[in-house]
Design a protein around this ligand. Sequence first.
Ligand SMILES: [Zn+2]
Length: 313
Amino acid sequence: MSDAMRNNRKKRIRFLKRLILSVLAAAILLPTAVSIVLGVRVHFLRRELSQMQKALEAQEAAMTAQTAGDAAQTPDIEAQGELTEEDSIRTWESEAKPAAGTYSGLHKVYLTFDDGPSIYTDEILDILKEYDVKATFFVVGKDKAAYEGAYRRILEEGHTLGMHSYSHAYQEIYSSKEAFIRDVNELSDYLHEVTGKYPDIYRFPGGSSNRVSTVDIEELKEYLTEIGVTWYDWNVSSGDATGHLSKEKIIQNCTTGLENYGEAVILLHDAADKKSTVEALPEMIETILEMEDTVIVPITADTIPIQHKAANS
Ligand SMILES: [Zn+2]
């Protein structure tokens, strides 16, 4: 073998060695690099997902409110219901406020929360617990495992669990008596399944004085009475259904003139876009508890129903 040939062979072997080493290195490094890139992507996607979940919650709440508005062609139907408020049943008429000094005796204040459970239910329950105050929750159907605990906790901590429709979709619930009955039963069965108890109080979405229902609301009231369910409206509104009120305004709406009521049923909301209601709660409760001869109690079978005068009467 000549020197030239030997050199050539050495070169080829060196080249092959390098080739093998490069392939090996690539075989190790490439998957590692891909893993790192994918790992980073997963991290960002997870973050995006949790942000989207939060946005979805908020949107869900906004949509519920909007469904109400669309059906009524006015943006806030619950607030509209509040316009028709008077008196044992006590029926309430348009913005009826009892005159000053008309009531002496024990004042009963009922805090009622519509539309829950939501991301704020636990926080609301924590505050109520802190002040040892019982309230009433008119809930809707959220068949997410995450909310099952909330329905149970409401009952376990001595509050009253009432119904506020399964879907809260006005155009559906109020489209026919049959649709209304279906919705009531769906929620009643669902709450029984989750809590082991059938609820026996109801609050109409938009109040019984809503002008959305295409069915005569009297027929729907009759059905509830038939199945032993009592319905409650409200005579004091926090106004929190209307856009985004400040905490201070909510407290003012809930506490002003309260001393003139024998029974004050206050309308509040437990919903993802009602943060200021949660923030208002501690000071609101403190203010009410400081009032003379005033107690905060949950709605029970003994509570005199506060019901709105029918819209067309
Ligand atoms: Zn509602």
